[in-house]
Design a protein around this ligand. Structure first.
Ligand code: FES
Length: 237
């Protein structure tokens, strides 16, 4: 069994197993650190930089979803410097996220929208570039609107864990997007339509087709489910 590590987060003493990340330790103590690319159950990548925190006697900000706790560590999760850095991260994300919140299926349940609200972002600071990708609806289950994608990579990672492994990043720089091999439609790319990618998407980029227009996120009841594709019954998030 892993040894326990005791640290201080926002003035609160917290003990967690060795190997725990700061973000996980904070969550265990009931302290929510904003995060977009981190998803419980999936390997971290430190891609979005929204989860930055301060560690006493460490220069600069630290990505809390990747940094493991150490004994005696003193962490602050919400100083003005941290909030300013998070605002900047969000504003950059909004620069390629056309503002369709009013009519977006995910409105009210979108992580990007939630954090913008919490951090007081009312208008985008940078010009917004609409990538102009066609919305993919040519299958019975999933609507893919990569104009709303923030490249957190959750869908790519969960697709790997579910065994399909048909999603990955393609192109480079501002043209980077998530796609199937040769950008084939999901039906031709070998998608099992387990729905895991929809379940982990923090924005409206991936939406379950059947529920479109049927109600808001909070009007549905949530039930735990398991993928029955291979018989291992992996938990769906
Ligand atoms: Fe930590 Fe994205 S949640 S970098």
């Amino acid at each position: 069994m892993a040894d326990s590590v005791t640290l201080t987060i926002d003035g609160r003493e917290v003990s967690v197993p060795e190997g725990t990340t700061i973000l996980q330790a904070a969550a265990a103590a009931g302290i929510a650190i904003p995060h977009l690319c981190y998803c419980p159950g999936l390997k971290g990548t430190g891609a979005c930089r929204l989860c930055v925190v301060e560690i006493e006697n460490v220069r600069g900000l630290v990505v809390s979803c990747m940094r493991k706790v150490s004994p005696g560590m003193v962490v602050r999760t919400s100083t003005e410097q941290i909030r300013e850095a998070r605002r900047f991260v969000l504003e950059l994300l909004f620069s390629r996220h056309p503002g369709l919140c009013l009519s977006c299926e995910k409105s009210g349940a979108c992580k990007l929208q939630q954090y913008a609200y919490e951090l007081g972002i009312e208008h985008p600071s940078f010009p917004v570039r609409d990538p102009g990708y066609p919305v993919d609806e040519d299958n019975p289950f999933i609507i893919r609107n990569y104009n709303l994608c923030i490249l957190c990579g959750r869908c790519v990672r969960v697709c790997r864990t579910q065994g399909s492994d048909i999603l990955d990043f393609m192109r480079r720089g501002i043209e980077t997007k998530v796609a199937t091999p040769l950008e084939k439609p999901l039906l031709e790319a070998g998608c099992d339509f387990c729905g895991s990618c929809v379940g982990v998407c923090p924005t409206g980029a991936l939406i379950e087709k059947q529920r479109r227009g049927k109600g808001r996120e909070w009007e549905f009841s949530k039930v735990e489910s398991y993928c029955g594709y291979c018989g291992s019954a992996c938990h769906l998030y």
